[in-house]
Design a protein. Structure first.
Length: 257
């Protein structure tokens, strides 16, 4: 069969448009496709939630993708290994309590499970604003990342969501929009984004999980966003806390109904 370029073009436009239109109104919109966001997407979709995951980059995986300083191996502790085991990701014990895993296998495998469970990933999309009704975040305002990078004056589009997860990592992008533009109180000790502190892996791993919670009506924080919001330290290329945070935020949302 001879291939026709126009048919190929139409297939891409029609199929993407169908998918995008279906996911303009979702149960949970996750911003940031790093390890916490991907794990959350999997468990939420598996629980029957309609999940859209928006990633500003072309690639997924966040900091996990490159391991430590582009050495594409990651480290997890016992508890984090249990999450990797759920996805069938291979690990090797380095010394008691420390396990390594291939960063590329980890990211691609978790993403595959999340999409097969029903979550949809929309890459190259950035969140530039939120929708607020009666003091609650009820959706996102999105644009193409290349449009944002080029500084073009192009109006964005909107997504409705019952819950939003900020898993954008160090940048806490959704929370910064809320803090800057919205009359909504952020539930931190200062009422503001407190910012991340210097590296302390042990403390950061624990606080990443503790700080995973609903931070203002309709918005949850997970992964490094949780630590940055509450003033916790960074942890570097150990990823157990990120994985466990993604599972915890999904459990919180499912429990909330």
């Amino acid at each position: 069969m001879a291939l026709n370029e126009v048919v190929i073009t139409r297939a891409i436009i029609e199929r993407f448009s169908e998918k995008f239109l279906e996911y303009t109104d979702v149960d949970t919109a996750i911003v940031g496709a790093g390890p916490a966001g991907l794990v959350a997407a999997y468990f939420l979709a598996k629980a029957g939630k309609k999940v859209a995951l928006f990633e500003r980059k072309l690639s997924i995986g966040g900091g996990m993708w490159g391991g430590g300083m582009m050495f594409n191996e990651i480290v997890v502790q016992e508890e984090g290994k249990a999450i990797l085991d759920i996805f069938g990701i291979g690990t090797r014990e380095y010394e008691p309590g420390y396990y390594t895993a291939d960063a590329v296998e980890s990211v691609t495998t978790i993403c595959s499970h999340a999409t097969k469970a029903g979550a949809k990933v929309f890459n190259c999309m950035s969140v530039e604003d939120v929708i607020i009704r009666e003091g609650r975040v009820t959706g996102l305002v999105i644009t193409w990342s290349p449009v944002e990078m080029a500084g073009l004056h192009v109006d964005p589009l909107s997504i409705a969501a019952k819950q939003v997860i900020d898993s954008t990592g160090h940048a806490t992008e959704v929370l910064h929009v809320i803090e800057r533009k919205a009359d909504v109180v952020i539930n931190t000790p200062t009422g503001k984004i407190m910012g991340e502190r210097s590296m302390w892996a042990d403390k950061a791993e624990r606080l990443t999980i503790e700080n995973t919670k609903e931070i203002c009506p309709g918005v949850y924080v997970a992964g490094m966003s949780a630590n940055a919001a509450f003033g916790g330290p960074r942890m570097g290329p150990v990823f157990g806390g990120m994985l466990l945070s993604g599972k915890k935020v999904a459990d919180l949302i499912v429990a909330a109904g």
